[in-house]
Ligand binder design. Structure first.
Ligand SMILES: Cc1cc2nc3c(=O)[nH]c(=O)nc-3n(C[C@H](O)[C@H](O)[C@H](O)COP(=O)(O)O)c2cc1C
Length: 206
C-alpha cells in the first residue's frame, strides 16, 4: 500500500439539505395510510431477555459468508419468526420467498413461505440477481420480500420491521445476516414468478 499524497477531505453526509420537489410530494402522498382493519395481532416471542438485549447491542451486517450450512432447527426458527404478526392496522401484505442454498436436511431450491416451489441450486442466480453480490450467493438462505402494496411507505416500513426481526434472531442464534437493497427488480420478479414489487432482500448464513 502507498501513502496518499493528500489527506482525504472530511465530508459529513448529513450537514446539508437539498430539497427535491418530486421526493417531497411522493413522501406526502404516501404518508397517510388508511385502513378499516381494527384487529391488532400481537406477536409472541419467546427469547431469553438478556440474550435478546445482547443481540440488539451486538447486531451488525455481515460482509462475507463462509459458505457453511446452517442447521435445520435454526432455519425453522427463522420461518417461525416470519409467521409472527406485526402489531399494526394496515392492510399491507408482505410475501416472502426464500432461496435455500445451504440448510442441513432441507432441499435446496426456491420456497414461498414453507412451500417448495422449485428445487435446485439457485445460489449463483441469487448472487447475480442481487447485482452480483457474493453475500446473496454464499448465504445459507437469501430472502426476497414482495408486496402488492397500496401504500409504498407503509409496505417498506413493514418490510424493514420484518428485516430487523431477522437481523436480531440471526444474531440471537449465532448466525450472520445482512439486508440487501440492491437487486435487479424485473429479473428478480421473473425468477420468483411474481408480478408484485420486490421491496427488500436479505441474506442469512455463516
Ligand atoms: C435496507 C437495507 C439495505 C441494504 N442493502 C445492502 C446491500 O445491497 N448490500 C450490502 O452489502 N449491504 C446492504 N445493507 C447493509 C448495510 O450496508 C449496513 O446495514 C450498514 O452499512 C450499517 O451497518 P450495520 O448494519 O452493521 O449497522 C443494507 C442494509 C439495509 C438496512
Amino acid at each position: 500500500m502507498r501513502k496518499l499524497r493528500d489527506p482525504i477531505p472530511f465530508v459529513c453526509g448529513t450537514d446539508y439539505f437539498e430539497p427535491n420537489f418530486f421526493i417531497e410530494e411522493g413522501y406526502k402522498n404516501t404518508a397517510l395510510a388508511t385502513s378499516d382493519r381494527q384487529e391488532i395481532k400481537i406477536p409472541q416471542f419467546q427469547f431469553n431477555k438478556e440474550r435478546w438485549l445482547e443481540s440488539i447491542l451486538n447486531r451488525r451486517s455481515v460482509r462475507k459468508f463462509g459458505k457453511k450450512a446452517i442447521c435445520q432447527l435454526d432455519f425453522l426458527k427463522i420461518l417461525q419468526i416470519l409467521k409472527e404478526p406485526i402489531a399494526n392496522k394496515s392492510d399491507e401484505d408482505i410475501e416472502i420467498y426464500l432461496v435455500v442454498n445451504r440448510v442441513e436436511e432441507i432441499e435446496k431450491g426456491l420456497y414461498k413461505n414453507e412451500q417448495l416451489i422449485r428445487a435446485g441450486d439457485y445460489s449463483e442466480r441469487a448472487g447475480y440477481l442481487c447485482i452480483n453480490q457474493a453475500i446473496a450467493r454464499d448465504s445459507a438462505v437469501t430472502l426476497f420480500f414482495v408486496s402488492n402494496y397500496q401504500n409504498y411507505q407503509t409496505a417498506v416500513q413493514l418490510a424493514g420491521l420484518i428485516g430487523q426481526r431477522l437481523y436480531l434472531v440471526s444474531e440471537y442464534l449465532g448466525l450472520n445476516c445482512s439486508g440487501i437493497g440492491a437487486y435487479y427488480d424485473d429479473e428478480t420478479q421473473e425468477f420468483l414468478g411474481t408480478e408484485k414489487d420486490v421491496i427488500y432482500a436479505m441474506a442469512i448464513g455463516i
